[in-house]
Write a new protein. Structure first.
Length: 191
C-alpha cells in the first residue's frame, strides 16, 4: 500500500478512484489512430481539430475544445505504446503526488494562479501499488507548449521519449502514475 495525494472534486472518503472516469481516452484515440497511419495524417487531423476548437470555445465548451492537449496525450500514448510498453498509460491511470506540498504547489500553479479554480480538493489516497511510476510533468508541459506553438511533431515525440525515459527538467514537477486500485482515505484542508 502506498500513500499518495490527489486533487479532485466530488470525492468522499472510502470511494475507489476510477482511471479515466471522464473517458478522455475517447478524445485521444482518434489522434493515436492518425499517428499509426502517418505523421501527415496526424497533422491534418490536428489542423481540423484546431478549427473545431475555435467553434467549441465560442459555444462555451472550452474544456473539451483543447485539441492540443488531446493531441499531446496521443503523442505520449503512441510513444509509450511503441517504445516504453512497461510504463503506465497516462490515459488509463490516476495521477498523484507524493507529498502534500507538491500537490498544493500544483494546485496554486494550475488553478489559483490561472484563475481556473474548479473547486478541487486535496485528498490522501491509499494506492495498492508498491511501485507507482514517477515522471516529470514539466516535460509533459513542454511538449504541450510545443504542440500549441505548432512545432514539429518529431520534436514533440522526442520530448515524449524524454518523459517516458524518466528524464527530469531543472524545474521538475514530479507526478505519480498508477493504474492500481486506489481508495480515498481522507480529505485534507488547504490550510
Amino acid at each position: 500500500m502506498t500513500k499518495l495525494y490527489h486533487l479532485g472534486k466530488g470525492l468522499v472518503e472510502g470511494i475507489e478512484l476510477i482511471p479515466d472516469y471522464q473517458k478522455r481516452i475517447q478524445l485521444v484515440s482518434p489522434f493515436i489512430k492518425a499517428l499509426d497511419k502517418d505523421i501527415d495524417v496526424f497533422e491534418n487531423m490536428l489542423n481540423e481539430a484546431r478549427y473545431l476548437r475555435e467553434v467549441l470555445r465560442r459555444s462555451k465548451l472550452r474544456e473539451w475544445s483543447n485539441c492540443c492537449k488531446w493531441a499531446t496525450e496521443a503523442v505520449f500514448e503512441y510513444i509509450r505504446k511503441n517504445e516504453f510498453g512497461d510504463r503506465y498509460s497516462r490515459m488509463r491511470c490516476n495521477y498523484y503526488y507524493d507529498t502534500i506540498e507538491k500537490c498544493k504547489r500544483l494546485y496554486k500553479k494550475d488553478y489559483l494562479d490561472s484563475g481556473d479554480d474548479e473547486g478541487n480538493e486535496l485528498f490522501e489516497v491509499h494506492v495498492e501499488d508498491e511501485h507507482p511510476q514517477y515522471f516529470d510533468m514539466a516535460i509533459y508541459d513542454e511538449a504541450y507548449e510545443k504542440m500549441e506553438a505548432e512545432e514539429g511533431i518529431e520534436e514533440i515525440m522526442d520530448t515524449a521519449r524524454r518523459y517516458w525515459n524518466l528524464e527530469r527538467n531543472s524545474n521538475e514537477i514530479v507526478e505519480v502514475l498508477s493504474d492500481k486500485k486506489a481508495v480515498i482515505f481522507r480529505r485534507i484542508s488547504w490550510d
